[in-house]
Design a protein around this ligand. Structure first.
Ligand SMILES: [Zn+2]
Length: 319
């Protein structure tokens, strides 16, 4: 049966590349499972790492190549993942193979974006297998998905996984669409990523406006995100705390609000996303011209304290 699926996948991915745009590629997923199967039959670890390099890394699509560049993955890290979590990986395999049949839905998200935002530049989507370290990112206008993280659901075997990963294994039909939508927004933003001088408020707008826009693109609430759910119950208190440091560029302050979903002191991680989501949403709801509001949201210069201050004031958000 897996052989049939594989042939279908190969046909599908060849077709995807034959089209002009966008590329929605699952080639790296196919290659990963080829490497995975070979590694099962190899007892010598050095040889197994060499298999991963030749069958997966060396065959990388442009997307996986960018992903490796962004995250500095090494073949040995995939080997360690395969050895540490074989049951989990085996359990997500059918889900990863099903992605090839969902091209229409991903295209719908991108087409909807083009309707809402006439200056939309079509990104390509590469579904890759990372090392259980990142769900997704963008580089050079391409969407790179760490499929192995978000594809896990309530049917997955979590017995080998550290406790903090288990919160990611929920079932939602919009989970992968959400991630694609969120990353698609990043590819259209004026600000490409954050730096040492990005104020806390800018960081919140950079991430949170992607979540708000994802809601527009999917036409349904992103209430399956733990930080959105939790944030809504504590909006006032969170804003009181966040607003003390709006223009702080300290990395310690940033770490209290972002990229801490695996290690947060109280409540919930990634609450900076929630703050930015709320501000962008308020800005949009208050705007008379919705198309212009979307353009404004995507055009925020998130690294400029002056610009983000102005955007916040115009949004009318105050907790
Ligand atoms: Zn993001």
């Amino acid at each position: 049966m897996s052989r049939i699926v594989l042939i279908v996948l190969v046909c599908y991915t060849s077709l995807a590349f034959a089209q002009t745009k966008p590329v929605i590629s699952t080639i790296d997923i196919t290659n990963f499972w080829l490497a995975f199967d070979q590694v099962q039959n190899e007892s010598d670890s050095a040889k197994a790492v060499a298999i991963i390099k030749s069958s997966y890394v060396d065959q990388a699509t442009k997307g996986l190549h960018y992903f490796i560049q962004s995250r500095h993955f090494k073949p040995v890290e995939w080997y360690q993942m395969i050895k540490s979590y074989p049951k989990y990986l085996t359990s997500i395999r059918p889900n990863t193979l099903r992605l090839a049949t969902q091209e229409v839905q991903f295209n719908e998200v991108l087409n909807h974006f083009a309707q809402l935002y006439p200056a939309f530049k079509q990104p390509s989507i590469y579904f890759c297998i990372g090392t259980l370290s990142t769900g997704g990112t963008t580089k050079n206008g391409q969407i790179l998905i760490g499929t192995e993280i978000l594809i896990g659901d309530s049917t997955s075997n979590a017995s080998e996984l550290p406790a903090f990963f288990k919160s990611l294994l929920y079932s939602s039909p919009t989970k992968m669409l959400y991630l694609v939508a969120h990353e698609a927004v990043h590819t259209q933003q004026k600000t490409h990523g954050y730096g040492m001088k990005t104020p806390l408020l800018g960081h919140a707008l950079l991430e949170g406006s992607c979540d708000f826009m994802a809601e527009l693109l999917l036409e349904r609430p992103v209430d399956f995100l733990p930080y959105i759910n939790y944030g809504k119950t504590k909006r006032q208190a969170l804003w009181q705390q966040f607003s003390k440091d709006l223009y702080s560029t300290s990395s310690d302050t940033r770490d209290q609000w972002f990229y801490n979903s695996l290690d947060y002191p109280v409540g919930q991680g990634d609450l900076g996303y929630f703050i930015g989501y709320e501000i962008a949403k308020r800005y949009y709801l208050n705007a008379r011209d919705k198309k212009k509001a979307i353009k404004d949201i995507l055009s925020i210069d998130c690294n400029s304290p002056k610009k983000v201050k102005k955007f916040l004031a115009k949004s009318g958000f105050n907790g």
